[in-house]
Design a protein around this ligand. Sequence first.
Ligand SMILES: Nc1nc2c(ncn2[C@@H]2O[C@H](COP(=O)(O)OP(=O)(O)OP(=O)(O)O)[C@@H](O)[C@H]2O)c(=O)[nH]1
Ligand SMILES: [Mg+2]
Length: 275
Amino acid sequence: MDNDIKIVGIGEGGAKIINKLIQAGVDKKKSVEFIAIGNDENIMLTSPARKNIFLNRDLTIIYKSIFEALEGAKVIFIVAGLAGNAAKSAIPIIMSYAKTYNTLTVVFVCKPSVLENSTRKINSEYTMNYLREVNTLFVVPAEKFFVLRINQPQISLQELFEVADEVFCQGVKILLDLNDFKFGNAAFGYGEATNAIEAIKIAAKFPTLEENDLKTAKKVFLGLKSGKLLTLSSIDAANKFIKAQLPPEAEFNSRADVVPLFGEKIFASIICTRK
Ligand SMILES: Nc1nc2c(ncn2[C@@H]2O[C@H](COP(=O)(O)OP(=O)(O)OP(=O)(O)O)[C@@H](O)[C@H]2O)c(=O)[nH]1
Ligand SMILES: [Mg+2]
């Protein structure tokens, strides 16, 4: 069915992430539709999303426009800054839709940085309460993104969020490729190198994935994408590398795909349930 995956970007942060996804060509997948929801007309008006929903209106109208925009969705992706006013208004409505229509939900949210004010923290805790029943939930504290720019100690908050946008964009793409949306509370990581083991080592050490996440995972997925066909022995070594870090009873799946555009590069992604 057409447009059965709806990717909703909420607030300024969310709108930027969906812009990046559109630039990356994710909307060329026929089943994906983008929706931007926010308070700021300037941002919304420049958003290339198929549907733009303004929040500074009567609540009944907001409710109705969000429900209409989500109609027919089989999976709803949400990308947002958890502490935003837009997320605070829109997430409860989206979750109410998902509950009513039994729609799968995948959520990528960024917790506010310690550099932000305390109202932001309260907002983020409030909105978090509405995310208890999502099918896959990635909550990343903003500070995690500093680690990706460790050689750049002067990074501004704005630059930090640009890193966040890039990471969430990759996360959405990984989940869309995988087509499995039930990881519960989850973590993900990815890495790129010219051999599979190196790529996996980077992915396993990715800042949003903690050492304990693999050690305590119930379900883990490993994805490899490469420009050329990988040898069976390198795929086997990659699987073994991850399996060695998991509890023996963990459910493990892996997949290797050839994507000619990747040339000599190998891209590894890891997703796991989090306790
Ligand atoms: N990923 C990402 N997150 C951001 C960005 N800017 C801010 N954030 C985070 O997202 C939270 C919400 O900010 P916005 O996205 O601006 O929220 P909003 O709902 O549009 O508007 P306000 O709450 O009025 O600022 C902030 O507290 C930050 O933690 C961004 O450009 N990208
Ligand atoms: Mg803002």
